[in-house]
Design a protein around this ligand. Sequence first.
Ligand SMILES: N[C@@H](CCC(=O)N[C@@H](CS)C(=O)NCC(=O)O)C(=O)O
Length: 202
Amino acid sequence: MKLYYAPGACSLAVHITLCECALPFEMEKVDLKTKKTESGDDFLEINPKGYVPALIMDDDALLTEVAVITQYLADRVPKLSLAPPPGSLERYRLQEWLNFISSEIHKGMGIFFNQNIPAEFKKVLFDKLMLRLNYLEKRIETNLYLMGDTYTIADAYLFTILRWSRLLNIDISSWGGLVQYYERIGSRPNVQAALRAEHLIK
Ligand SMILES: N[C@@H](CCC(=O)N[C@@H](CS)C(=O)NCC(=O)O)C(=O)O
């Protein structure tokens, strides 16, 4: 398998999951501005969506979308319980989280990398994001992980996006549960390994 990624982007959630699964994989960096890969290929020919993550599976087919790729990987190594069994109510609970992270947190936070948002609209977006973080804080303060006592792919995804708060100067320190959660996930050996491989930590 081959993962197309950009350092610290949402593709980090897939990278972390690949490390957790201990499946063999290669990685290639993508310049998201020029849409060129590290080896000079046109990324748009690999993934016409033009964004990371993009996973080339063992049969050379392309799989995209963080929430989908991470489920695909988790299902390849079911004994690790990175996702509950397909068809179970718990699996729908996981998908509820993945969808929430994707549409509310990922896009709700990622928009602030855009320098061209008018100040008034920025405030509307910021207030909405604060509501979502309040909700997360309430859900996480009594749990170790989003799904309760078990680490899942949703945690790799949420960690990846919460990491952006520092880059965007969004102060999350008043959400004590969320800060502890972020540190808990960040200290996992496979999370550290992925961060190191992307040169995000030493
Ligand atoms: N819906 C996609 C969104 C992926 C996405 O937003 N990727 C960003 C990096 S975090 C990207 O590559 N942006 C470049 C672009 O859109 O041109 C997913 O959930 O995987």
